[in-house]
Design a binder for this molecule. Sequence first.
Ligand code: B12
Ligand code: SF4
Ligand code: SF4
Length: 364
Amino acid sequence: MVDADTLKAGLVVEAHRLGFVAAGVTSTRPFRQARRRALRAIDEGWMDGMPWYSRERVDAAADLKSRYPWARSILALAWPYRPAAGPGTTAPTGAMRGRMSAYACLAAGDTTVDYHSLLGERCDQLVEWLRGERPGVRAKRFIDHGWALDRAVAERAGLGFSGKHSQLITRAAGSYALLAEIVLSVALKPDQASKRGCGRCSACLPACPTGAIVAPGVIDARRCIAYLTIEHRGPIPHELRSLMGSWVFGCDLCQEACPINHRLAPPALDEQPATTTSGPVPYPDLIECLGLTDDEFRTRFRTTAVWRTGRAGLARNCAIALGNLGDAAARPHLERARTGDPDQTVREAAGWALERIAAAQPAR
Ligand code: B12
Ligand code: SF4
Ligand code: SF4
């Protein structure tokens, strides 16, 4: 049987072979500081609207060994994705287009995939490899929706450091990296946490249009466009609507402002068609997405991250984006949504957009 150091080295090589850009190990010691920060976020109301983000969840996430007493180490992993925009890229013109965050457009081959399934598969392959070396190893994987504090784990395992926009910045792909971790019953030597930081830069703070970065590293999720477009159910608060621009699923503005990403991130996605027939695209056709039926929404987005917001959530976001674009050509489509959409929230958002477009037109 190979010794633990050789096993760890092999595991890291295998992780890179499977497509991860970074892999590191940390102990199962509780994540005390991250727990305090997460509980504070709940107490301050910053997590309001996400009832699934509970105190119970934070407590369990901060002490994985309490739930998995067999755990001896945690393997942290980062998966790169390509930004939709970066220095030198220009937004396409033509149709009335919105924006979708780059992680939603993650592709495997020609197909857009939900990263939970893609990373889940890769983690399973990694565990299979490990069991080939160490039969009987126990493993439990977490990808985003698991009860784990993904960033804190990755940071302590040396995968990168926490930026002022609160995202983990990796050495190889900047912050354009999705995180996963695998709790293991085998003891592996922990890596050192990164000593790097943002230094004097604070470019992401003013780049956030809604003021969601309330202090360096601290997000008021209620104001974050990612929360508003993905997690929030019902009408979006009026005072935030005009600040959302054309984002209809997630937001990448704080990442796009980051000079480290400009240097490190993989190249931006190529210009893509506006149509959404095969899933999310960085600049989707807003009129098309506003008018999708339940069946069309299912066909296009069922296996992608966009599924989470639901048909009505996406249509609501598109109505607001059309209101913000202010193009009078959107009127008949918004009128149809205002009177005919089965969802009250969409009807209301379409009414708001029509008023905004009317207000933007020069008086005759
Ligand atoms: C809830 C949640 C959200 C919420 C709240 C975000 C937030 N910042 O807390 C909303 C819906 C707004 C959201 C948005 C996004 N999310 Co999110 N989200 C999560 C989730 C499920 C939990 C995060 C959490 O526990 N937050 C509570 C805070 C306190 O914990 P934390 O952010 O992990 O804390 C770290 C930093 O904030 C920092 N910190 C916290 N407080 C303080 C205080 C000081 C003084 C300092 C210096 C640092 C600091 O240190 C902590 C440990 O490293 C994780 C997955 C998971 N299970 O962990 C994904 C996760 C954080 N999200 C992710 C992504 C990709 C996004 C978006 C980019 C998606 C998009 N394009 O629209 C945006 C980014 C918005 C942003 N600027 O953070 C990735 C981040 C990957 C990375 N490289 O960091 C994660 C890890 C999912 C994954 N597995 O890949 N998300
Ligand atoms: S994702 Fe967008 S709204 Fe959220 S903190 Fe970053 S810039 Fe602000
Ligand atoms: S923009 Fe500057 S402050 Fe913000 S995360 Fe990047 S390096 Fe840090």
